[in-house]
Design a protein around this ligand. Sequence first.
Ligand SMILES: NC(=O)C1=CN([C@@H]2O[C@H](COP(=O)(O)OP(=O)(O)OC[C@H]3O[C@@H](n4cnc5c(N)ncnc54)[C@H](OP(=O)(O)O)[C@@H]3O)[C@@H](O)[C@H]2O)C=CC1
Ligand SMILES: O=C(O)C1=N[C@H](C(=O)O)C[C@H](O)C1
Length: 242
Amino acid sequence: MKIALIGYGKMGKEIEKVALSRGHEIVSIIDINNQEDFESEAFRSADVAIEFTNPKVAYNNYIRTFKAGVKLVSGSTGWMAEHGEEIKALCQKEGKTLFWSSNFSLGVAIFSAVNKYLAKIMNRFPGYDVTMSETHHVHKLDAPSGTAITLAEGILENLDRKDRWVKEEATSADELPIRSVREGEVFGIHTVRYDSVADSISITHDAKNRGGFALGAVLAAEYTSDKQGFLGMSDLFPFLKD
Ligand SMILES: NC(=O)C1=CN([C@@H]2O[C@H](COP(=O)(O)OP(=O)(O)OC[C@H]3O[C@@H](n4cnc5c(N)ncnc54)[C@H](OP(=O)(O)O)[C@@H]3O)[C@@H](O)[C@H]2O)C=CC1
Ligand SMILES: O=C(O)C1=N[C@H](C(=O)O)C[C@H](O)C1
């Protein structure tokens, strides 16, 4: 498969390694200094573009990729609140294609399913209150992490006594607090914790490197090459749905 990379930072370089190891060809690499390449023949020849940049530029990259007629996989976080509805509509009504996930690692796909199941169970156990925390490297621009927001949404959909997530501290019982820590070069740790007066139950995903995110992104690209619409991990792994 012919793959274009948009963003050649920590994730772009990791994805290049995984893509080459799986027999794919990298036909174009777009970073901040060669934006004109969105119009290049090489970029247009890609079966799929994989985008990992930052919250501020991701939306613009999506629009330029759609204009070039190239299918897109993206892991950029922090853009969804502002542009999510428009991008979904372009995919669902205008024939564009984006596979997006806040976290491409297979471990987080499994963790998300367990998180939703645990939240459902906790409807029967009102003595437990839930909190979340996420820890990442100091270079990260967004907080809470995209993964933490997705996990929080999974809890809100399934646990009746919580209505919304908030940053850091809850001020009422219906709020789900997410604490964000930035330290060193941590790849990404997410914990969901239920506390009662008697005990606590925690589930944690701890990424050991960026290889898992990169593998998931390349698997998503392989899946997306002959699909259309707004896609996510529940399309790639339908057996993890509910
Ligand atoms: N979904 C998932 O599984 C994962 C998601 N992420 C997310 O992916 C994103 C990228 O992470 P990471 O690779 O660690 O970040 P990096 O900062 O290491 O890489 C981002 C790259 O994008 C470049 N860039 C900046 N602006 C543009 C632009 N307009 N067009 C093309 N490239 C541009 C940057 O260049 P320069 O440095 O010169 O600005 C940099 O090389 C973040 O939003 C992060 O949260 C990260 C890991 C996993
Ligand atoms: O910026 C990162 O590094 C990561 N970002 C994603 C997120 O915001 O959840 C995924 C992963 O945790 C690494």
